[in-house]
Ligand binder design. Sequence first.
Ligand code: ADP
Length: 493
Amino acid sequence: MTQTFKNYIGGKWQDASSGKTFPNYNPATGELLGYFPLSDQDDVHAAVTAARTAFEKWRLVPAPKRGEILYRVGELLIRHKEELARLMTQEMGKVLKETQGDVQEGIDMAYYMGGEGRRLFGYSVPVELPNKSGVAMRDPIGVVGCITPWNFPIAIPTWKMFPALVAGNTIVLKPAEDTPHCALRLVELLYEAGLPEGVVNIVFGPGNPTGEALIHHPDVAVISFTGSTETGRHVAVEAAQSLKRVSLEMGGKNAVIVMEDADLDLAVEGILWSAYGTSGQRCTACSRLLVHRSVQEALLEKLVPRIERLRLGNGLDEQTDVGPLINEKQLQKVHAYTEIGQAEGATLVTGGEITRGGDLAKGHFYRPTLFKHVRPDMRIAQEEIFGPTLSVIAIDSLEEAIAVNNNIKYGLSSAIYTQNINRVQQATRDLATGIIYINSGTTGAEIQFPFGGTRGTGNGHREAGLAGLDVFTEWKVVYNDYSGRLQKAQIDE
Ligand code: ADP
């Protein structure tokens, strides 16, 4: 019998108050994996209330103790890495190696933020009056609403929850409707590690009504969102009504630049991994290849056969290189972009089709796709496709490559292949993205650095690294005057 799962609110497993559920499917096989509660305003209100209540105690737990719980979460994630990776592959399709990597990011974040329990650095600096001191410290903010996508179903919730938790906030997590089970297992492990009840609450459901209820709830102080730029903009506008702090991590249209002096074999590896890994469904995925005209054909001669050899299939099969897309809607969207590219006059070199044959018949599989003769202003070169589609644009100089790279509404990640140190310096200075890779592809961020991007990719915040704490803490400054008399700052005596 198909299992029906529940929300976890205030330490209790609960159905949606309406009794409604939604199904969860395996994108590779079409298999029904379970039903999850379709939560509405009432369920979200219950979760926020539980989080609000838990906050008053959790904020008083010494940060090193909060950090110790995260260390135990890290240990549990290690112990359950394989189980979680398999669950994730079944739920969202990417291959086991990548789902293991996804869990590993959660492990890394658990230890990193666990360590912050004994740091959470503020600072003390000299003050201008005698017998007085000043210290700036980080305070938790309150209830954090985490709205997460399906492409990194463990990693992204940990990126949001672990810094928020170590800083003393409490949480309502609304995971993507395509990957509810991974989020549920993560929350179970948090409690197994000793988290007090009510500190993390999980409500399942779609953007509307579940996400909407969260962004509009007056007792939610912070919204940390990862998803599409369109939805993120809506979240920011709506949450602004109640002056919530909103951190947005959104789309990308990331480019790999290959100069004429590049190691082409190395570039091929980086392009394959960052363009077709996770079937292109990463916000850092490479979807534009800006290649120097003089090496374009040589590069494509090496690259195209490798793309054609990528094996599509169920991610649980070790032979598989590329899993399915997340759902039918996304499959249709990716294919629509193939038609758009052809209509715009780009040349389809390989791929460009939905695969319906044999073992793949029931899944959402799309052939890894490459277009050449793409102009920078074409829609396939400007819009986020979120699929295995790579657009090749010929460039004649580094300056042109940088201009094309930057002339886009997103600014997450970029990469350059060159052996020339001066070009590296120039590219590092001028590529206007939040992340730059030298001689590797556009993916592979590590959790100890700030993650995020410029322009339409974000709204100025960063996740991960020390910068990740800023979203979840409020600065509090304490002046302590021990002079025993009224001292006036800035006033001439
Ligand atoms: P994707 O295209 O990656 O699914 P979305 O931006 O639609 O990106 O979804 C990312 C997350 O935002 C998901 O958890 C989704 O349910 C949620 N979401 C979608 N629409 C809304 C909304 N109107 N309000 C709040 N959350 C939403």
